[in-house]
Design a protein. Structure first.
Length: 443
């Protein structure tokens, strides 16, 4: 790739730092809007907000950007891709209508219904009163109550009984923060199993499935505490072997992409399936229309081939003839370091020490999620501050390298989960133990 390619990455989190870092390695000149102190190390930050579509269009034109890559969901759901395409500019991501797969749980369920994609049974209600009536009338079983629209990950309530479900409906109806998202309410069967994430890149026809990952959404070790945007992730996860990945591709990803095309809402970009591995097989919890954060960080650290080529082929709808991506052997682990108080209110501005020492740890890469440079010092600037990511020949070694880098970093109130990837390590031990039993000669 000639180094003259100029790419604009939209967003300011750890995901966008990882995308910008990888595209710079692939030979692109990278602009990031608005970016953070970490993205400034791999490209040029442009002070335009991720949701300022007119401002971003102006930057893309003025700076002769030839590919724009959108990180977060908000600008996608607001129609940034439509605006760029109308202006004749190349952009990676789904249109406003296609982004409804993430922006509207009701739309997502309709697409899954058309594609016969396995998911939780659900009912949709236009009013809280109807939802209440339904809950009173049905047997008292665990359910999940969800707001239809985007609610920054907060509009989902996993309820163990009717009383909790009624309370969740009341919250959605009365709490002003859900006013926009809870236009309709979904009540869904609660699925049990292990949660994994499988992401695919698609140009609307061809699907390139990426290695499977596991996120850690709860704030504290052993999945205790409130839900967050994600406290860490690792890749690949041993919960999904090659056969299961092929099954997920065939029964979930391919029918979803085809159902969207048949519905005349073709999807181009990253299709992210949040899955529950149930006793009846994998079922979809949700689709996202973008890379996950922090899933993107370990994924791109492992990516050997060019991301730029893959994104170009998606935008040009030539994925079919693009060589499949290749990955470093082994695994990658990403540990999120957060500010005191996260996922609640946090104080900002604490200087961060030890970033250089952390980056000197072999195979480690510190992606910045919320940082700001103040007089040359990098300071914490939000809840999830860093995604400390490392590779290793095995999951255990990757974990060791990631936490070795974490140990170098400190600021007042910094904390992280200590058990990122442990579920995967336990699974590996179980798999080995079961093989050992199978292979043991009969006595
Ligand atoms: P969502 O935004 O729909 O992915 O929901 C957020 C989180 O809620 C998921 O990551 C799951 O942990 C949980 N969740 C959502 N739907 C269900 C379900 N049907 N059964 C069990 N847990 C669920
Ligand atoms: N880590 C979950 C997400 O990006 O939605």
């Amino acid at each position: 790739m000639p180094s003259s390619r100029r790419v604009l990455v939209v967003g300011n989190g750890g995901r966008e730092h990882a995308i910008a870092w990888k595209l710079a390695r692939d030979g692109a000149e990278v602009l990031i809007a608005p970016g953070n102190a970490g993205t400034a190390l791999v490209g040029e930050n442009i002070p335009v907000a991720a949701t300022d579509i007119a401002g971003l269009l102006e930057v893309a034109r003025r700076r002769e950007v030839d590919l724009t890559v959108v990180g977060p969901e908000a600008p996608l759901v607001a129609g940034i891709v439509d605006a760029f395409v109308d202006a004749g500019l190349r952009i990676f991501g789904p249109t406003k209508r296609a982004a409804q797969i993430e922006g509207s749980k009701s739309f997502c369920k309709q697409i899954m219904h058309r594609g016969d994609v396995p998911t939780a049974m659900f009912r949709e209600f236009r009013s809280a009163a109807r939802a209440r009536e339904y809950l009173e009338a049905r047997e008292d079983v665990p359910v999940v109550v969800k707001a239809d629209g985007l609610a920054a990950g907060k509009g989902v309530f996993v309820c163990s009984d009717r009383a909790a479900a009624l309370e969740a409906v009341r919250t959605l109806a009365e709490d002003p923060q859900f006013a926009a998202a809870a236009g309709s309410i979904l009540i869904e069967e609660r699925l049990d199993g292990v949660e994994v994430s499988v992401l695919a890149i698609t140009d609307g026809r061809t699907i390139v499935t990426l290695p499977p990952l596991q996120d850690h959404k709860a704030a504290h070790d052993d999945d205790e505490g409130p839900n967050t945007g994600g406290m860490g992730a690792y890749c690949p996860t041993p919960f999904v072997d090659d056969a299961l990945l092929a099954d997920i591709e065939a029964r979930i990803l391919v029918p979803t992409v085809h159902a969207m095309r048949r519905a005349k809402v073709p999807f181009q970009g990253v299709l992210y399936a949040g899955l529950m591995l149930t006793a009846q097989g994998p079922k979809v919890l949700e689709f996202n229309a973008r890379f996950g954060d922090p899933e993107c960080e370990p994924l791109l650290l492992r990516m050997e081939s060019s991301l730029l080529e893959l994104l170009d082929a998606t935008v040009d709808r030539t994925l079919e003839s693009c060589a499949p991506p290749t990955w470093q052997e082994g695994a990658a682990v990403s540990v999120v370091m957060a500010s005191e108080g996260y996922p609640g209110a946090v104080t900002k501005g604490q200087p961060i020490r030890g970033l250089e020492a952390a980056s000197a740890i072999p195979h480690a890469q510190v992606f910045h999620a919320a940082t700001r440079a103040v007089d040359g010092t990098i300071c914490a600037d939000g809840g999830r501050v860093l995604a400390v990511t490392a590779m290793g020949p095995s999951l255990a070694r990757a974990k060791l390298q990631a936490y070795s880098a974490v140990k170098e970093i400190r600021w007042a109130g910094a904390w992280c989960r200590k058990d990122i990837s442990d579920k995967g390590l336990r699974r590996e031990r179980e798999l080995l133990a079961s093989m050992a039993t199978e292979e043991a000669p009969a006595s």
